[in-house]
Write a protein that binds this ligand. Structure first.
Ligand SMILES: C[S@@+](CC[C@H](N)C(=O)[O-])C[C@H]1O[C@@H](n2cnc3c(N)ncnc32)[C@H](O)[C@@H]1O
Length: 363
């Protein structure tokens, strides 16, 4: 057998890869999904875009579609798949494995169910568990941990990228000179909602500081440095911007971009923001990455008297660690001594509508 064939046959065994991954992630409720889309989300382009909840007059436990109900994503319970794998869309090349979050709950429903049931204490109702045949988990929120994504090479005969041929490098690919390995792409960092959110922060900051000199701005979880680019071009009177980012590749890509734009007052620090000592303050600390930043050392270490800008959103993706429904949610986790601005914006990203919240004030 050629090495190539060996690899293909091993890669084809999605079932055994799933079993292995479940073993290493321990007990819990697991679900699988097969699609031809290299993406897991709530967009209308998904095969099952919407499902009515039980209190919807159009509710039907068997409805599968895109016209009625709440944005939903459908999975099959793993146990059922393992027993009856042939009844699934195994012709679809992508298989996804997720695990229900510990604090999440799916309301069991069948064709006779008429009303919503409250979740057990300490858990949140995040969707439906359809007990008809075939059974299905219908998530109205991404209340699951993504355990694995598997690609059926053999079913497609050729590897991904060879089926249609690799796409031409985009403008962004050429700027950065490398291909991203994860979903957090440079393109994805410039979606209109993310640009708008940053301009919103800058505008509100401008209202507070007017044209006074800000000696230093720390931007935490700076990703590709987009906030620093917009700050540098904003007209604010800024001495220096320091991008703090734990992922060196993203920092590096951002630096190329910043350099190409001729911006010369941005420095970068490849560091965990929770370990910062802020020795270059006075100035401002901006964190629009609160959803993705574990722990709160970054906030606790900010010297009292510092001006702080904090953003956080709801309806987050599976990788997020926090979700914030309101500016009050932000303020309860990151307590500012004096709040100078507090507000929220309704926005839309490529997957869903969501609310971004912001507080600005003195630590
Ligand atoms: C995906 S971005 C999202 C940012 C936000 N939506 C925005 O546009 O401003 C979050 C960034 O925070 C970074 N990050 C998360 N935890 C961090 C930490 N402890 N220290 C530094 N960077 C961190 C991640 O590496 C990532 O680049």
């Amino acid at each position: 057998m050629l090495v190539h064939d060996l690899f293909e046959s091993r890669a084809n065994s999605i079932r055994s890869q799933i079993i292995q991954d479940v073993d290493s992630h321990g007990p819990g409720q697991y679900f699988v999904r097969f699609t031809d889309i290299d993406k897991l989300g709530y967009s209308a382009r998904q095969q099952f875009g919407r499902s009515p909840d039980v209190d919807d007059p159009e509710f039907s436990a068997d409805y599968i579609g895109t016209k009625h109900g709440r944005p939903a994503i459908w999975f099959y319970p793993l146990n059922y798949y393992l027993k009856q794998k042939d009844s699934y869309a195994t012709d679809k090349p992508y298989a996804w494995l997720v695990k229900l979050n510990d604090d999440a709950w799916l309301q069991p429903v069948d064709r006779k169910t008429t009303g919503q049931t409250a979740a057990p204490l300490g858990r949140q109702r995040v969707g439906l568990l359809r007990n008809t045949t075939p059974p299905a988990a219908i998530f109205f929120r991404p209340a699951f941990q993504l355990i694995g994504k598997y690609y059926d090479y053999a079913g497609q005969h050729q590897r991904h990228g060879q089926v249609k041929g690799a796409p031409d490098p985009s403008f962004f690919d050429r700027v950065r000179g490398l291909t991203e390995s994860s979903g957090y792409t440079l393109e994805g960092s410039w979606t209109p909602d993310l640009v708008f959110s940053k301009l919103w922060a800058i505008r509100k900051l401008q209202n507070i500081v007017k044209d006074s000199l800000i000696p230093v701005i720390y931007v935490l979880g700076s990703w590709y440095g987009n906030m620093s680019v917009l700050l540098a071009r904003s007209g604010l009177n800024i001495g220096k911007i320091i991008n703090v980012e734990s992922n060196p590749q993203w920092l590096n890509t951002g630096n190329k971009f910043i350099e190409a734009m001729g911006i010369d007052n941005v420095e970068s620090m490849n560091k965990d923001a929770n370990t910062l000592d802020y020795r270059q303050l006075p100035g401002v600390v901006i964190n629009s990455s609160t959803n993705d930043m574990e722990n709160r050392g970054w906030f606790d270490n900010i010297p009292p008297g510092t001006l702080v800008v904090i953003q956080g959103r709801n309806k987050t993706g599976p990788k997020a660690v926090y979700s914030f429904d309101s500016p009050q949610d932000l303020q309860s986790l990151y307590q500012l001594n004096k709040v100078l601005y507090s507000g929220s914006l309704d926005l839309e990203d490529p997957e869903t509508n969501y609310t971004r919240n912001m507080i600005i004030g003195i630590r």
